[in-house]
Design a protein around this ligand. Structure first.
Ligand code: SAH
Length: 216
């Protein structure tokens, strides 16, 4: 299927970039990457006209595509560099994954909902994006491909999964919304040594839960 990226879409995307700049996203590489990804391709047809609003939307299976501001904010905190090896937990629509790939990262993305795993895989490949796809419980990480330079968790939990901290490189960064189901603090973890971590908090957010165990 051909996915159109019209002048209208491009114009709406530029407006979105200005909105993100106004909200404090100032990393030019991150803004550039968001400007390149056709977010409308990641939305269900009923929501396509809202693709460039700075809002989260349903993507099926009770999940959401993150708000562009949130995608930009998490990506900016990680300071992604070209060829960084990045683990993304929660592929969802695949949108955040595409933004990471536009930044030149090597992306390992894991999803536990089969429907979303299948859908995002075929869409990303159709758009020419080539991450490494995994189906399973991201709570456990992907030990066989660890360690990672950066880890981005796009679902919330009350604690950072210890296996993910283990799979982070010394000198690496992990970002995750930490808290209960109603509100979470965006938490940045820098791994200083094998057992040494520096934690900082960066505002309040609202994500769908990171679910443990059982695979659908
Ligand atoms: N990054 C996504 C956001 C998706 S919402 C995007 O850009 O669209 C969070 C996703 O995390 C959902 O798709 C949900 O199914 C997934 N998820 C929740 N718990 C998980 C787990 N333990 N392992 C892997 N994925 C998980």
């Amino acid at each position: 299927m051909y996915i159109e990226d019209s002048f209208r879409h491009k114009g709406l995307r530029r407006k979105l970039i200005e909105e993100l700049l106004g909200k404090g996203i100032n990393n030019a590489d991150v803004l550039d990457a968001i400007n390149k990804v056709p977010r409308h391709a990641f939305m269900d047809s009923g929501f396509i006209n809202f693709a460039y609003r700075d809002q989260a939307f349903p993507i099926g299976a009770g999940q959401t595509i993150s708000q562009p501001y949130t995608v930009a904010f998490q990506t900016q905190l990680l300071e992604i560099k070209k060829l960084d090896k990045v683990l993304e937990v929660g592929t969802g629509s695949g949108y955040q994954c595409a933004v990471l790939l536009e930044l030149g990262a090597m992306v390992y993305t894991i999803e536990r909902q089969r429907e979303l795993f299948m859908k995002s895989q075929s869409l990303l490949l159709r758009l020419g994006y080539k991450p490494h796809f995994f189906f399973g419980d991201g709570y456990e990480g992907i030990p066989a491909y660890s360690p990672f330079d950066k880890i981005l968790i796009t679902a919330a939990a009350p604690e950072i999964p210890p296996r993910l901290l283990e799979q982070l490189k010394v000198g690496g960064k992990l970002v995750m919304p930490v808290g209960d189901s109603s509100v979470q603090r965006m938490t940045l973890v820098e791994k200083l040594s094998i057992n040494g971590f520096h934690y900082s908090e960066h505002g309040a957010f609202n994500f769908v839960p990171l679910l443990k165990g059982k695979i659908f």
